[in-house]
Design a protein around this ligand. Structure first.
Ligand SMILES: Cc1ncc(COP(=O)(O)O)c(C=O)c1O
Length: 404
């Protein structure tokens, strides 16, 4: 279904194209995105938002269009609610450090969070005395709604924030955001969703999910590196402190006072990554032409092939539920004896298969389980095909049978 799109990605056009299965980390970029980056530096290498010469106005227009496209992609009510950031990490830090906290305020996260949605809360616990609590998943890593309800009830009025990853990068398991939001809101708490692994792979509609914040990484969505996004409800953004004050973040300043600019400018301090913002527009234009439900289904189909191919190999165990339809495009594998980094290097060396190895910034989950070494993680995107996953399965089988 997506086969013809492979032509849009220079890396995949080569005769020796890799089987690129490291999409949960970073995705490949289509030519249209690369062209916009080049275009900025060759044709309009200036400053948007401030300068009113031709370069400046071209960039400002293009950045505005990118913001509108991005807002529409997540169904934000207004582009004023969509902020350009460097990545999901910066977006979550903006939420965590932009809010005001009182000692004892409870923040709930899951037990499979990327460090980006764990460490900022741990930092607030150390520095400001918030009470960060973990909601444990079921044994197969699926969400435990009862445990979540109990955690909300136990926190009571002190529950201030529920911050959870929509889809885990450890295992691809999604959580029921709509239900979670309903319960959290009933307890008077806000809901911040780490959408780094959902926004690129499925329909994410901030209004339908009824959430308060969404963080995501444009570099995982065919966009340029160094680009991410933060969406927040306007009234909440309007009450948030910026973590990067300076140029662009104020309407006016005197020697002893400053008047804050409205969102989103308040949060985009300093000269922006203009080529990145413009190329974000190209990436979102590209993704907007795809049926995101079909993208999700395609990834599950590929994951089914990976799962069937490796599930019976000796010494391997897939993290999370065995049913691939519960793990999107992610197949993360624990190996009893083989070291994941070496296997990942061999996969590329032997057959050009690129996957990720290690703890995927979810060190806490591995530490909790007493697992010393990480996993081997293959993650698919719409441009991957049967051949890619077959190469992965066959080469991994060969390695396991030779070295295992
Ligand atoms: C679920 C999740 N959250 C947060 C992040 C952090 O993203 P970034 O490195 O773009 O800040 C990642 C990156 O892999 C992720 O998968």
């Amino acid at each position: 279904m997506f086969t013809q799109l492979r032509e849009d990605f220079p890396v995949l056009r080569e005769d020796d194209a890799p089987a690129y299965l490291d999409n949960a980390c970073v995705t490949l970029k289509p030519q249209s995105v690369i062209d916009v980056v080049t275009q900025y530096y060759t044709e309009t290498p200036g400053c948007g938002g401030r300068s009113v010469h031709r370069f400046g106005t071209t960039i400002s227009k293009s950045v505005h269009e990118a913001r509108v496209a991005l807002s529409q992609f997540i169904n934000a009510p207004s582009p004023k609610e969509t902020i350009f950031t460097r990545n999901t990490t910066q977006s979550i830090n903006q939420i965590a450090h932009g809010m005001s906290w009182e000692k004892g305020d409870v923040v709930l996260t899951g037990d499979r969070e990327h460090n980006s949605n764990l460490v900022p809360w741990l930092q607030l616990e150390q520095e400001q005395g918030i009470d960060h609590r973990i909601v444990r998943s079921h044994d197969d890593n699926t969400f435990d709604l009862e445990a979540f309800e109990a955690a909300c009830a136990s926190a009571g009025k002190r529950l201030k924030m529920v911050s959870m990853s929509h889809v885990g990068n450890l295992d691809g398991v999604a959580i029921p955001i709509r239900e979670i939001t309903k319960i959290a809101h009933d307890h008077g708490a806000l809901v911040a969703v780490d959408g780094a692994q959902s926004t690129p792979h499925m329909n994410v509609d901030v209004q339908e999910l009824d959430i308060d914040f969404l963080s995501f990484s444009i570099h995982k969505m065919c966009g340029p590196s160094g680009m991410g996004g933060l969406w927040g409800r306007y009234d909440l953004l309007d009450g948030l402190r910026t973590i990067q004050s300076g140029g662009q973040t104020v309407r006016a300043s005197t020697y002893d006072s400053a008047t804050w600019a409205d969102p989103p400018a308040r949060f985009e301090g300093g000269l922006g990554n203009f080529s990145g913002m413009m190329a974000t527009g190209a990436a979102i234009d590209y993704l907007s032409k795809l049926d995101m439900n079909a993208v999700h289904e395609h990834e599950i189909r590929l994951n089914r092939r990976m799962t069937d191919g490796i599930k019976d190999l000796p010494g391997l165990e897939i993290i999370g539920p065995q049913d691939p339809s519960l793990r999107g495009g992610i197949c993360s594998i624990l190996m009893e004896t083989l070291p994941p980094h070496e296997v990942a290097m061999l996969l590329d060396e032997v057959n050009g298969v690129m996957v990720r190895s290690g703890q995927h910034c979810v060190h806490s989950w591995f530490a909790d389980k007493g697992l010393q070494q990480g996993s081997l993680r293959a993650s698919a995107y719409f441009y991957n095909n049967e051949d890619d996953v077959n190469r992965f399965v066959e080469t991994l089988s060969e390695i396991v049978h030779t070295l295992g």
